[in-house]
Write a protein that binds this ligand. Structure first.
Ligand SMILES: [Fe+2]
Ligand SMILES: [Fe+2]
Length: 132
């Protein structure tokens, strides 16, 4: 499993999104390192965070009629569904899917942050500096 380390490539320059991304990395790290007894609680925290994190980005995209909103929002929805599925299975006593997902989410997160999130952050930086 690949540990998720902060790199400058993940910095977006729009603090509300950077703060959420740091939180995501922290919570994913906890989920990756969870003992069998803490898989469910670390996943609950990760899912709760993802609801808020993805929801905030979706709301920004809606309010800005953002060009890649549809694809970005869809990716959020797919990943959130997978996270919820993993949590549900872990709550039912099957930890394997959550453990496998925790190992794979780092690569998804890096890709998502550097592509879809980066485009949104660039736009948000523009609109928040021109209207401030
Ligand atoms: Fe996103
Ligand atoms: Fe994000």
């Amino acid at each position: 499993m690949q540990a998720l380390n902060w790199t400058p490539a993940l910095w977006l320059g729009f603090e509300p999104m950077d703060a959420m991304n740091r939180d995501f990395m922290t919570l994913l790290g906890r989920a990756q390192e969870a003992s069998d007894g803490t898989v469910v609680t670390t996943w609950q925290a990760l899912v709760a965070h993802a609801v808020q994190h993805f929801g905030a980005e979706d709301a920004w995209m809606r309010s800005e009629a953002f060009a890649t909103a549809e694809q970005h929002t869809l990716e959020h929805r797919v990943v959130l569904n997978l996270l919820r599925e993993g949590l549900g299975q872990a709550q039912g006593g099957d930890l394997a899917p959550a453990r496998q997902m925790a190992g794979e989410l780092g690569a998804w997160f890096s890709r998502h942050t550097q592509s879809l999130d980066a485009a949104l952050a660039l736009h948000m930086r523009r609109v928040t500096t021109t209207t401030a």
